[in-house]
Design a binder for this molecule. Sequence first.
Ligand code: FAD
Ligand code: SF4
Length: 473
Amino acid sequence: MRKIITPQERMAIKRVVMPQLAAEVRTRNFEEVNCGLSSNQAFTEANRCLQCKNRPCVPGCPVGVSIPEFICALASDDVPRSAQILQQDNPLASVCGRVCPQETQCERLCARGKKGESVAIGYLERYVADWAMCHQEKLLPDQASGTTGKSVVVVGSGPAGLTAAGGLVRLGHTVTIFEALHDTGGVLRYGIPEFRLPKKIIDHEVALLVSLGVTIECNVIIGKTLTIAELRNQFDAIFIANGAGLPVMLKIPGENLKGVYAANEFLTRVNLMEAGRSNNSSTPIIKRREVAVIGGGNTAIDCVRTARRLGAEHAMIVYRRSEAEIPARTEEIRHAMEEGVEFVMLTAPIEILATKDGWVSALRCRKMELGSPDDSGRRRPQAVNGSDFEQPAGIVINAIGTGANPLLTATAPDITLNDQGNIRVNSNGETSISGVFAGGDIVRGGATVILAMGDGKRAAVTIDEYLGQHPHT
Ligand code: FAD
Ligand code: SF4
């Protein structure tokens, strides 16, 4: 029986601190850095919540998780009810509890944050979802409802595809996912490293879908193995969720030198193919003392922290704006700093230099200063005359961004695209071809897990409505 917390005690409780692996230990392995809350910590943190009647935190969540309700159940020590509430709203809560930028979403709007620190909503979400993963028997059984006789194909097994597949199979449709890679999860598996998101969580979500009847076929590239037109003949509806994984090029001399990686290639080699981590991996990875990662988003921070773990003594972020503009999550930046990553700010690379054998030897950089805001609202970096310098580096990783891969859409000319090559959809998430829907990064450009998941969730509903209105397509 837990101690009842009085209103005075509630206001005096300090926000919980997430236990984490010591920096000197974790830079030598790929184990998860955040260790998760204990049951006592979660209970106490849940009791910091004021149960605000107007629920200010909820609009901050792109999928509208019933935040006060799941926290209330947890604060009453009813974890199964808390898990049931959370699962209804967020099928990937263990993932989101780890990687969502809560500090700019729900926690930013939390009433407790006005005069102190917000409730640690993300940590509580992770606690409850992890509990649910280990105590399925204490929850209502998750099952598909009957069968409608309709078939839907999902292209891509990232968060958008997995969420849509889960929603559709639970509505009674026959669902097949085609995935280009040899394993599932999209960026969750090949991009976000194990030290932030353990693969066993993705395995659990995928196993759940398979147990509900979803068929997953890997190594099928839509646009190569099969086209959208062929899929349209075989299935009653299509959901395209193939992400946006094509690297944006640096467009500076030296980009093709040996030792230059695109972020997704570097991360895929290490995360998906175990390069540098397992003696059994047949995929090579170059290791060097000095590694320069260009960019300031989550992808850049994941690369630089991975490079540290692969043995780089001097791993650095080279970013053209200042710390105030850096887009990566605050927690990831703090973790990177604790791990000894250097942040070379207000610096733009202008050339990659080589040894006489054509291997990367250094970055030629130029110092920047910030001018007036650009279209994104962030202050525009401007070159400082005469400030060029050389930064020694044996590996350069380009993490400035990704865009839509034209491989699929090149074979589906009837699908309308925007100027960046992303698929255009209407308010129902439907593309210019009837019965073909799309969501996630391929529509939004590089976004977030929760937005991709929200698209998948909505797609399941709108595709179900579409199938109801089109008895035979
Ligand atoms: P993806 O996750 O990209 O999945 C698309 C899937 O489709 C992939 O499995 C791909 O192999 C497959 N595919 C592609 N083309 C084809 C084809 N032709 N045929 C069949 N299959 C195909 N977001 C956050 O919220 N928090 C974070 O901390 C965060 N960190 C990130 C770190 C990295 C390194 C990266 C790259 C992104 C990060 N993001 C983060 C962004 C987030 O991961 C993405 O917004 C999200 O994964 C998009 O989901 P999606 O399902 O649209 O696409
Ligand atoms: Fe609880 Fe904060 Fe949401 Fe209020 S805003 S209900 S305190 S989590």
